[in-house]
Design a protein around this ligand. Structure first.
Ligand code: IPD
Length: 267
């Protein structure tokens, strides 16, 4: 089965919008959302909407492309035979979703031979949808987006996030203590995929976080990079679990140097 990234994006976007409707409707139907289970820690929760949305996404993608691979946050992975792998977070920002905060997203990326070639991040609460195809720029609701022109870390609005493990969080807080006086201000919005899209749209000048999983990063990382952000890790590593940094080029070197000096990619 051939894999044109533009076609994969069409499928991803249609599926993300449908899953987004499902999770938003379920959230609006109840005042208090129930926790269906926990994962790495008691605060790392899953709701029935996470599993329902992932099942819907999986069924739509496999109906269209039965031989692709699949990596989802909730239900593990399926190996494919086409070279295309879907990387899916049915609800990024599950804690926001649980609490009724409108900062959560459906994130779907298509990798071809291990390289992310198309991605969509859809915020069902705001209705906003970011998309990108590798080499084709980044788009918000069909309009091109571009990173900010910020050129000094001291003037940068910087997003970050924290893991679920208490020891990891303590270490992340220690790093943050040193970052706060070096920047304009900090935001912790609670959904990594949307943080990456915020960098793409110039709503943040930079974002960094240790501990991201592939499904948090795949689509949003492509969107940020296609909007002109420098996306990577520290010490020459690619963006990944150790560190993900996305920044407008004018502040990327300064932020990278600061985080390297602080050992922000180590526990
Ligand atoms: C989490 C969110 C959060 C980030 C965590 C992620 P989840 O994803 O993106 O902002 O700080 O590192 O695990 O659990 O809501 O899908």
């Amino acid at each position: 089965m051939t894999a044109d990234p533009a076609d994969l994006l069409v499928l991803a976007e249609k599926t993300a919008l449908e899953a987004g409707d499902l999770v938003r409707d379920r959230r609006e139907a109840v005042e208090r959302m129930a926790v269906a289970g926990t994962k790495s820690t008691p605060t790392d929760v899953v709701t029935e909407s996470d599993t329902a949305a992932e099942a819907l996404i999986r069924s739509r993608l496999f109906a269209a492309r039965p031989d692709d691979g699949f990596l989802g946050e909730e239900d593990g992975s399926v190996a494919g035979t086409t070279g295309v792998d879907w990387v899916v977070d049915p609800i990024d920002g599950t804690v926001n979703y649980l609490y009724g905060l409108p900062q959560y997203a459906v994130s779907i990326a298509a990798q071809i031979d291990g390289v992310v070639r198309a991605g969509v991040v859809h915020n069902p609460a705001s209705g906003e949808t970011w998309t990108a195809v590798l080499g084709g720029g980044a788009w918000l609701d069909g309009r091109p987006v571009r990173v900010s022109a910020c050129s000094s870390l001291s003037l940068a609005l910087v997003g970050t996030g924290f893991g679920y493990d208490a020891e990891r969080r303590a270490r992340q807080a220690a790093v943050l203590l040193e970052v706060v006086p070096a920047v304009r201000d900090i935001r912790r919005a609670g959904a990594a995929a949307l943080d990456l899209c915020a960098v793409a749209s110039g709503r943040l000048d930079a974002y960094y976080e240790r501990g991201l999983n592939p499904w948090d990063l795949a689509a949003g990382g492509l969107i940020a990079a296609e909007a002109g952000a420098v996306v990577g890790g520290l010490r020459g590593a690619p963006a990944g679990n150790d560190m993900t940094l996305a920044a407008t080029p004018g502040v990327a070197d300064e932020l990278t140097a600061l985080l390297e000096r602080l050992g922000a990619d180590r526990d």
